[in-house]
Ligand binder design. Structure first.
Ligand SMILES: Cc1ncc(COP(=O)(O)O)c(C=O)c1O
Length: 376
C-alpha cells in the first residue's frame, strides 16, 4: 500500500512523553514498557527506542522471537520474555542476556540447561498465578518451585530476579478480585523469602500502575498507557495524568460519488440511502484490521467534521457518508487519532465495535505502512 494512500502515523514524541509521565507517576518504582505484538501495532523497534529514550528501565516481550529481535536491533538493556512453548529452546534467550519468566519446575530445569549450554547465569522471574488463571505457578506447586529455584541460585546457574504476577481486573476500580490477588501475591512472596530468596516484586500493568499505588512494588509493566490509550475510560483522570494517543490511522478517499435515494451500499445491502447524498471510499478494510463489526457504527474525521460509515466494511475498503457537503478524491479521512482535530480516537472505535482500544491499534495489519514522526 502506498503510504500516501493510507498509513498508520506513529508519534514517537507522544510515546516518549507518555513514558516520562508514567515514570514520574510511579517513581521510585522502575518502569518496563511492554512492546510485544509489534509494539501493540505501533512497530516494536521504534517504540522500544522511544521508550528507552524516555528512560524505560525494562522492555517486556511475550514471545522469544520478539525479545531476540530487540537484541538484534541493538537494544542492550534489561528485557523480560514471558511466553514460550514446550519445545522451544531457551538457550538463545539466556545467551542474549534476556530475563526469562519461569512458572514450573519443568521450565526451571529447561532454563538451567540453557544456562549450562550458554555458559551464563540465567536471570529468572518466578511467576505465581494469583487468580488470573491464565498462566503462572499454582499456589500448591509454588513452595516446591521456590525451593528448587533457591537451590539453583546457590549453584550459580540462575539468579532469581523477581517474583511476579498479573492482575485480572485492575482496570475496574474497586473490583473485588484485586485485593484477593494482592493478598495471594503477598503470601507467595513470603514463601519465596522462606525458601531463602530475596527477589524484587512486580504485579502492576498500566491500570494498576496508574490507580493502585500499593501494587507498584519495585517495577511496573506498562503497555497500553505508553501508547497513549487508557486501559479503561476515566483512569487517566483518576491518576491525575493526561496521555497522548500515539497512532493516527488515516487514508485518502479513493473514490467519491453521488447516490440517489434508494441506493444500497456495499455487501449485503446493509444500508440504503433515504435521501440523495455523496459517499466516499476509504481504502482500508478488515484485511488491515478495521473491524467489520463496526459496520454502520464507526465514523471517520474529515477536515474537522465526521463522516459515518455506510454499509458493510469490506476486506480492503469501506464507504463513508460525506453528506451534502461532499468531498473529493484525495481528501484525508482520519479513522482515529489523538482526537485533537475532532477525529475519533481508538477508544471511540473500541466503544463502537464492542472491544478495547488495545485491539483496535494492535490489529492494524502489516499491509498498512507505518510512518514515524517525532524521532528524538
Ligand atoms: C504479563 C503482562 N504484563 C503487562 C502487560 C501490559 O498490560 P497493559 O497493556 O494493560 O499495561 C501485559 C499485556 O497484556 C501482560 O501480558
Amino acid at each position: 500500500m502506498h503510504q500516501q494512500t493510507a498509513s498508520a502515523d506513529i508519534d514517537l514524541a507522544a510515546i516518549r512523553s507518555n513514558v516520562a509521565i508514567l515514570r514520574e507517576l510511579v517513581a521510585p518504582a522502575a518502569v518496563m514498557v511492554v512492546v510485544k505484538a509489534d509494539g501493540y501495532g505501533h512497530g516494536m523497534v521504534p517504540v522500544a527506542r522511544a521508550a528507552r529514550a524516555a528512560g524505560a528501565d525494562w522492555l517486556g516481550a511475550a514471545f522469544l522471537d520478539e525479545a531476540l529481535r530487540l537484541r538484534e536491533s541493538g537494544d542492550q538493556g534489561r528485557v523480560l520474555c514471558w511466553l514460550y512453548g514446550p519445545e522451544e529452546d531457551l538457550t538463545p534467550l539466556v545467551a542474549a542476556d534476556i530475563d526469562v519468566s519461569i512458572q514450573s519446575v519443568g521450565q526451571l530445569a529447561r532454563v538451567q540447561a540453557a544456562a549450562a549450554e550458554s555458559g551464563r547465569t540465567a536471570r529468572i522471574h518466578l511467576k505465581i498465578d494469583t487468580g488470573l488463571s491464565r498462566n503462572g505457578c499454582d499456589a500448591a506447586d509454588w513452595p516446591a518451585l521456590c525451593a528448587d529455584a533457591a537451590a539453583a541460585e546457590r549453584t550459580g546457574t540462575v539468579e532469581v530476579v523477581a517474583v511476579w504476577s498479573h492482575l485480572a481486573a485492575a482496570d475496574e476500580p474497586g473490583h473485588p478480585s484485586v485485593p484477593i490477588q494482592q493478598k495471594a501475591f503477598d503470601v507467595a512472596y513470603e514463601q519465596a523469602e522462606l525458601a531463602g530468596l530475596r527477589p524484587q516484586r512486580h504485579l502492576a500493568n498500566s491500570a494498576a500502575a496508574m490507580i493502585l499505588p500499593n501494587a507498584r512494588f519495585d517495577l511496573v509493566r506498562i503497555g497500553i498507557a505508553a501508547y497513549g490509550i487508557e486501559p479503561a475510560p476515566g483512569l487517566a483522570e483518576r491518576a491525575g495524568i493526561a496521555l497522548t494517543p500515539a497512532m493516527t490511522l488515516r487514508a485518502q478517499l479513493a473514490a467519491v460519488h453521488a447516490i440517489e435515494p434508494g441506493t444500497s451500499v456495499s455487501y449485503g445491502c446493509r444500508w440504503t440511502a433515504t435521501e440523495a447524498t455523496v459517499v466516499g471510499l476509504v481504502p482500508l478494510g478488515y484485511g488491515d484490521g478495521v473491524p467489520r463489526h463496526g459496520t454502520n457504527r464507526v465514523e471517520v474525521g474529515l477536515a474537522g467534521r465526521r463522516a459515518p460509515n455506510r454499509g458493510t466494511i469490506c476486506m480492503d475498503q469501506f464507504v463513508v457518508d460525506l453528506g451534502a457537503t461532499g468531498g473529493a478524491i484525495g481528501d484525508e479521512a482520519v479513522l482515529f487519532g489523538p482526537g485533537f482535530d475532532g477525529e475519533p480516537t481508538a477508544a471511540d472505535w473500541a466503544d463502537w465495535c464492542g472491544t478495547i482500544g488495545y485491539e483496535i491499534v494492535t490489529r492494524i495489519g502489516a499491509r498498512v505502512p507505518r510512518r514515524y514522526r517525532g524521532e528524538a
